[in-house]
Structures are given as structure tokens and as C-alpha cells.
Design a protein around this ligand. Structure first.
Ligand code: NAD
Length: 268
């Protein structure tokens, strides 16, 4: 088993990629701390793990709240004593109704002159702040707490969930693209800072993956994404869990501050 006896925490572990990563890590011998905003979702994943003979605890907290994050890490240390692996995965995708409407029009008449999506021009402060706060603040707060536990032990693996949006930018999602690009910058900076202490920090930038995350998109957009992906399909959550397992295991011992992008060829 590739993570035998390791203690791993996954944020946003109640569904989609986080759930898949948690289940995969548990099968590889890790003990899991499953964070999510949604208690029942996290509990369901923890129950799947314990039902299969593994060990898991549930941590309900909003990763964008530094006080809740600090309390969550106290709970992990109280239960397991330390933490080996952190996967910063929790995330949201917000599309304002007016932008969504313009996206729908663009999908319905692809040949029509573009009036633009107006996403940046019309975005309110609260959407901008919420997106940056969940993705970027959340990744920072959890990383900060994890390092307090990992640095004294001289061991740690931190895997940050970025996105191809952070590599290439998504028209219509300036907030999400900025947050994910920020996560990539944070990954590289922290990786340089802590590799000498035995802690690896890397990121995954998935392409379009088949989870409920894509349900916020207007109808037809998923099909367009598939057409624009050279592999001509959406990725499967298991394909991201494979990447996370590699970066969380000792097989990636010389991989530092990298962005691994399983994306079917969308960004090459
Ligand atoms: P998902 O919606 O299935 O899962 C996200 C989970 O995060 C949910 O369980 C949600 O409750 C939780 N969450 C949201 N805000 C939170 C908060 N403030 N605190 C704690 N938990 C919170 O989505 P997913 O597809 O599994 O996405 C997981 C991550 O992967 C996200 O960071 C997303 O941006 C990223 N990503 C997804 C795709 C994709 O195509 N699905 C592509 C690239 C990147």
C-alpha cells in the first residue's frame, strides 16, 4: 500500500474529486480526515471508508474562515497526533444569472457577433470575494496550519487543486481563473520555502472532469468542452485521484512546486 499509516486530510471531501481522492487514499492505507461544509456529505464518505475497514473522521468547517480552520487542525492533531498529507480541494464555481444568460445565447448562436459575456464588467464584490476566499484564502489557511504540524516533524505532502482555468483563463470566470492562478503561485512559493524541511508542495490543474461541479454550467457548454478537448471526453474523478495519489506518495520524491495537469489535451 502506497500510503500505509499516513494521516491525510482532504478539504471539500464530501463529493466529486475530494470524495474520490479520500476513497483512493483510504484504499492505499491512509487514515482520513474529511472536511466539508456539508456535514452529511462528509459523513457519507467517512462511512464508506469505515465500512470498508478504514479509519476516517469528519470535520465540518468553512475553509475560508481562518478561525474554523485553526479549530479543525486542533481536532485532527487531537485525534491522530499529526498530519502527513493535506489536499486543498474545496471549491465553488459561481456564475451570475446575467452572465449565464449571455453564455446560453452564445452557445445557441455560435456564429452571431459576440457582445461579450460582460463577466468582469458586471461582477459584484461579493462574488469576487467569495470565490477568492474559498479557493485562495482556504488554501492558504489550511496550508499555514498544516505547516505548523509538518515542519517540526520534517515530513509533509501538500497537494493543491488548481485548474486549467488558472493556466489559460476562462472567459466568463475571471474570479475563478484568478483564484486558481493564485493557487499555482502559492504552490510554487511555498514549495521553495519548505522543500528543505522535507515537505513537498505541488498542484493539480484538472481539465473538465465529470462531477456535480459542472452542473452550474448552462446546457450545451459541457458538449462544447468535450469538443474542445482533444481526448473528446470529460475526465473521470478517478483520473484526478491517480494524480493526487502520485503527488501524496513517496513516488514523487523529486517533484517540487509542479503543476500536473490531467486535461485530455485541452492545455498542452
Ligand atoms: P464538487 O462541487 O463536487 O466538490 C466540492 C466540495 O467542496 C463540495 O463537497 C462542497 O461542499 C465543498 N466546499 C465548497 N466550499 C467549501 C468551503 N468553503 N469549505 C469546505 N468545503 C467546501 O466539485 P469538484 O468537481 O469535486 O471540485 C473539487 C475541486 O476541483 C474544486 O477546487 C474545483 O475548483 C476543482 N476543479 C474541478 C474541475 C471539474 O471539472 N470538476 C476542474 C478543475 C478543477
Amino acid at each position: 500500500m502506497r500510503l500505509d499509516g499516513r494521516i491525510a486530510m482532504i478539504t471539500g471531501g464530501g463529493s466529486g474529486l475530494g470524495r474520490e481522492i479520500a476513497l483512493r487514499f483510504a484504499r492505499e492505507g491512509a487514515k482520513l480526515a474529511i472536511n466539508d461544509l456539508r456535514r452529511e456529505a462528509a459523513q457519507a464518505v467517512a462511512a464508506e471508508i469505515t465500512g470498508a475497514g478504514g479509519e476516517a473522521m469528519v470535520l465540518v468547517a468553512d475553509v475560508s474562515d481562518s478561525v474554523e480552520v485553526a479549530a479543525m487542525f486542533e481536532e485532527i492533531v487531537g485525534r491522530f497526533g499529526y498530519l502527513d498529507i493535506l489536499v486543498n480541494n474545496a471549491g465553488i464555481g459561481l456564475i451570475a444569472p446575467a452572465v449565464r444568460e449571455r453564455m446560453e445565447q452564445a452557445i445557441a448562436s455560435p456564429g452571431a457577433a459576440s457582445a461579450g459575456l460582460g463577466a468582469t464588467r458586471t461582477m459584484n464584490d461579493s462574488q469576487w470575494r467569495r470565490t477568492l476566499s474559498v479557493h485562495l484564502d482556504g488554501t492558504f489557511y489550511c496550508t499555514r496550519e498544516a505547516l505548523k504540524v509538518m515542519e517540526p516533524r520534517g515530513y509533509g505532502k501538500i497537494v493543491n487543486m488548481a485548474s486549467i482555468a488558472g493556466l489559460t483563463g476562462f472567459g466568463g470566470s475571471p474570479d475563478y481563473s484568478a483564484a486558481k492562478a493564485g493557487i499555482i503561485g502559492l504552490t510554487k512559493a511555498v514549495a521553495r520555502e519548505v522543500i528543505g524541511l522535507g515537505i513537498h508542495v505541488n498542484a493539480i490543474a484538472p481539465g473538465f472532469i465529470d462531477t456535480t461541479f459542472l452542473e452550474v454550467l448552462p446546457p450545451g457548454l459541457k458538449e462544447l468542452m468535450i469538443l474542445q478537448t482533444p481526448a473528446r471526453r470529460l475526465g473521470k474523478p478517478g483520473e484526478i485521484a491517480d494524480a493526487a495519489l502520485y503527488l501524496a506518495s513517496d513516488e514523487s520524491s523529486f517533484v517540487v512546486g509542479q503543476v500536473l495537469s490531467p486535461n485530455g489535451g485541452f492545455v498542452i
